[in-house]
Design a protein around this ligand. Structure first.
Ligand SMILES: Nc1ncnc2c1ncn2[C@@H]1O[C@H](COP(=O)(O)OP(=O)(O)OP(=O)(O)O)[C@@H](O)[C@H]1O
Length: 286
C-alpha cells in the first residue's frame, strides 16, 4: 500500500535541545498511536508533519506532496486536518462560528457550500444541536469535539490529533474514541496520546518515541508481545522487577525479568510500552 505519509531522517533542534532525532516512519490509512513520555518529541513530530514548523534535516511527503516547496506545502495543508494540543478557541465564538472561521482559512470560499460543510462536520461529531452555543458554555468534551470538527473540515486525507483525550472524563473519552475510530475509516490518522488504552482500543499501529527518537514501530499486538513471559504475580514486591505494584486483589504485579518458577500472567500493551522505554534514554539530549 502506498503510504499517506512517508518521512525519513527528520531532526529538529530547539537551541541545544534535540527534540527530533533522525525520525523515519510511514503512515497508512487507519489510526496510528504515538506514545511517549513527556518531552519525548511527540508534539514536535506532529507539528513538523502538520507543516507548522520545518525540520532542520530530513524530508517527508503527504499524499505525494513535498512540503519542502511552497507549492507542496500549500497542497499538504489543503489535505491536512490538525487538532493541536491547545486549540486556539475564541470563547465568544459559537461552535458554528469557530468551525466556519477555520473553513474560511481552509479556502472554502463559497458561502453556502462552506456552511453546508460546517453543518456536516458538526453533525459528524454529534454537535449539530448545539452549533449556536458559545464555546465558553460548552463542556470540555464538547469543546474537543468542536476542535475535531474543525480538523475534519474539507474531508482531509491526513488527520493529526495531539493528545485530544487529555482532561476528558471516561465517558467523554469513550465518545471521543468512537469518533476517532470513525475518522480513521479510510483515512490516515496520527494520534498522540498518553493513554495506552486509547492505543489498545483504536490503533492498527503504534509508534513509541523517547528522547526525540522512535523506539518501537509495530502493531499493538507486537508491542504487547514484547512483555510476553515478563509479567508475573507474587505475594511480595519482587526486588528484581523493573516495575511492580500491588493490585486490587492484594497481590503484586511485576514487570521485568521474572525469577525461575514465577507465576506468569498475561501481558498488557502498557507492560510492553514500559519495557520498550526501560533502558531507552528518555532524557532529551542537550
Ligand atoms: N518551542 C520550543 N522551544 C524550545 N524547546 C522546545 C520547544 N518545544 C518543545 N521543546 C523541547 O523539545 C522536547 C520535545 O518536546 P515535545 O513537546 O515535542 O514533547 P512531547 O512528547 O510532545 O511532550 P508532552 O507529552 O509533554 O506534550 C522537550 O525537551 C521540550 O522541552
Amino acid at each position: 500500500m502506498t503510504p499517506t505519509v512517508s518521512a525519513s531522517g527528520l531532526s529538529l533542534h530547539y537551541g541545544r535541545t534535540r527534540a527530533l532525532d533522525d525520525v523515519s516512519l510511514r503512515l497508512t490509512p487507519g489510526v496510528t498511536g504515538l506514545l511517549g513520555p513527556n518531552g519525548a518529541g511527540k508534539t514536535t513530530l506532529l507539528r513538523v508533519l502538520a507543516t507548522a514548523v520545518p525540520a532542520d534535516r530530513g524530508a517527508f511527503t503527504v499524499l505525494g506532496h513535498d512540503p519542502g516547496t511552497s507549492r507542496g506545502r500549500q497542497e499538504v495543508r489543503r489535505r491536512l486536518g490538525y487538532l493541536p494540543q491547545t486549540p486556539g478557541f475564541h470563547p465568544d465564538f459559537t461552535a458554528f462560528e469557530f468551525v466556519d472561521y477555520v473553513a474560511i482559512l481552509k479556502e472554502l470560499a463559497d458561502r453556502s457550500a462552506r456552511h453546508r460543510e460546517v453543518r456536516r462536520v458538526l453533525e459528524e461529531v454529534d454537535l449539530g444541536d448545539v452549533r449556536g452555543r458559545r464555546i465558553k458554555k460548552l463542556s470540555g468534551g464538547m469543546r474537543q469535539r468542536v476542535a475535531l470538527a474543525a480538523a475534519l473540515v474539507g474531508d482531509p486525507g491526513f488527520l493529526v490529533l495531539d493528545e485530544p483525550t487529555v482532561g476528558l472524563d471516561p465517558e467523554q473519552r469513550m465518545r471521543f474514541r468512537e469518533l476517532v475510530a470513525g475518522a480513521g475509516e479510510g483515512r490516515t490518522v496520527l494520534l498522540s496520546t498518553h493513554q495506552t488504552e486509547d492505543v489498545a482500543m483504536l490503533c492498527h499501529r503504534v509508534v513509541v518515541m523517547a528522547a526525540g527518537a522512535v523506539r518501537f514501530d509495530g502493531t499493538p499486538a507486537e508491542l504487547t508481545a514484547r512483555a510476553a513471559g515478563r509479567v508475573w504475580s507474587s505475594g511480595e514486591r519482587d526486588p528484581g522487577a523493573k516495575a511492580g505494584w500491588r493490585t486490587g486483589a492484594g497481590t503484586f504485579r511485576n514487570v521485568g525479568d521474572p525469577p525461575p518458577g514465577a507465576e506468569l500472567v498475561e501481558p498488557a500493551l502498557e507492560d510492553g510500552y514500559l519495557l520498550v522505554l526501560d533502558g531507552a534514554d528518555t532524557e532529551v539530549a542537550a
